[in-house]
Ligand binder design. Structure first.
Ligand SMILES: C[S@@+](CC[C@H](N)C(=O)[O-])C[C@H]1O[C@@H](n2cnc3c(N)ncnc32)[C@H](O)[C@@H]1O
Length: 255
C-alpha cells in the first residue's frame, strides 16, 4: 500500500543509521543529508530514496523492536533484549491482563500492550505524571492506548486489582511491593522484576523467600552483536555491557 501522510517509516541510511519518522510535509535532516518527507508519499515500504546530497535511504516498515528502540525517554527504559524474555516468562499473550508498577517512559508498557492484543489489558502504575505523559505518547504512537489503563499513583503497599495474570515491577525498591504483587496475582502465575544492581537482588530474594513464591530465578542477558562482513565475521568492538538483572518467581498458596 502506498505511503501516506502520518505513516511511520524507519529510514535506514547507507551508513547503517536508522531514523524513525512520520510522513508529513517537512524536511528531515541527519548529520549528512536532508530529505523532504512529503516526497515519500505514494512510495512503498522497501523503496530506496536519495537525500539532497545523494545519501541513499531505504524506507522500512517499523517493527515493534524498532519502536521500542526509538521510544521517547525521560527515565531509564527496558530494552528489547530483556523485554523479549520478560514477555515469554510472564506468559503475556492475547487476552491476558498484566499489571506493571514503575511504568516510567512506557517502553515495557508498549510491548505489553502489543502482546496482550485487542482483548487484553495492561494496568500501568507510575507515580510521576510527567513520565506517564511520555509513556502515553509512546503507546499512542503504536495506536495501542485503548489497551492500557494508566494510573498516576505512587504504590505503597497494595494494588487495586486482583486476579491478574502477571505482574512486573521496575522500580527502585521492588521488595516493598512483593506482598502487594502476591495479593494481585492469580495462583501459580508469574512475577517479574528488573533491578540494575546486585544489592537490590539480595533484598528481593530475602523477601521472596519469606513469602509464598516458588521457582525463583535470577538472570542476566548479554547480547553481543557481530560485524556482517562475510569475509571477516567477528564481534562488534563495543557492546552494551549492562542493562539490568531479571528476577522471576511464581505465586504459590503456601511456602
Ligand atoms: C526505571 S523507571 C521504569 C521504566 C519503564 N519500565 C520503561 O520501560 O520505560 C522506574 C519508574 O518507577 C517509578 N516508581 C518508583 N516507585 C514507584 C511507586 N512506588 N509507585 C509507582 N511508580 C513508582 C518512577 O517514578 C520511575 O518512573
Amino acid at each position: 500500500m502506498p505511503l501516506k501522510e502520518g505513516d511511520f517509516v524507519l529510514l535506514l541510511s547507507e551508513g547503517g543509521n536508522t531514523y524513525l519518522i512520520k510522513i508529513k510535509d517537512t524536511y528531515f535532516s541527519t548529520h549528512k543529508d536532508t530529505l523532504y518527507l512529503g516526497d515519500l508519499k505514494g512510495l512503498d515500504y522497501g523503496a530506496k530514496v536519495f537525500g539532497k546530497k545523494g545519501t541513499c535511504f531505504y524506507l522500512l516498515k517499523p517493527t515493534i523492536h524498532d519502536f521500542l528502540m526509538k521510544v521517547e525517554r525521560l527515565t531509564q527504559v527496558i530494552y528489547p533484549k530483556d523485554i523479549g524474555l520478560i514477555l515469554l516468562k510472564l506468559d503475556v499473550g492475547p487476552g491476558k491482563v498484566v499489571l506493571e508498577c514503575g511504568g516510567g517512559s512506557g517502553a515495557l508498557t508498549s510491548a505489553l500492550a502489543f502482546a496482550v492484543g485487542d482483548k487484553g489489558k495492561v494496568i500501568s502504575y507510575e507515580k510521576e505524571a510527567k513520565f506517564q505523559e511520555v509513556a502515553k505518547k509512546n503507546v499512542s504512537r503504536l495506536g495501542l492506548e485503548e489497551r492500557v489503563l494508566f494510573k498516576n499513583q505512587e504504590v505503597r503497599d497494595k494494588f487495586d486489582e486482583k486476579e491478574i495474570d502477571a505482574v512486573f515491577l521496575d522500580l527502585k525498591e521492588p521488595w516493598l511491593l512483593l506482598q502487594a504483587a502476591w495479593n494481585a496475582l492469580k495462583p501459580g502465575r508469574p512475577l517479574g522484576i528488573l533491578v540494575p544492581t546486585t544489592n537490590q537482588i539480595s533484598q528481593c530474594l530475602k523477601e521472596l523467600e519469606r513469602l509464598p513464591f516458588a521457582g525463583i530465578e535470577v538472570l542476566e542477558l548479554l547480547l553481543r552483536k557481530y560485524k556482517t562482513n562475510p569475509e571477516r565475521i567477528r564481534p562488534e568492538d563495543r557492546m552494551v555491557a549492562h542493562t539490568g538483572y531479571l528476577i522471576f518467581a511464581r505465586k504459590v498458596e503456601e511456602k
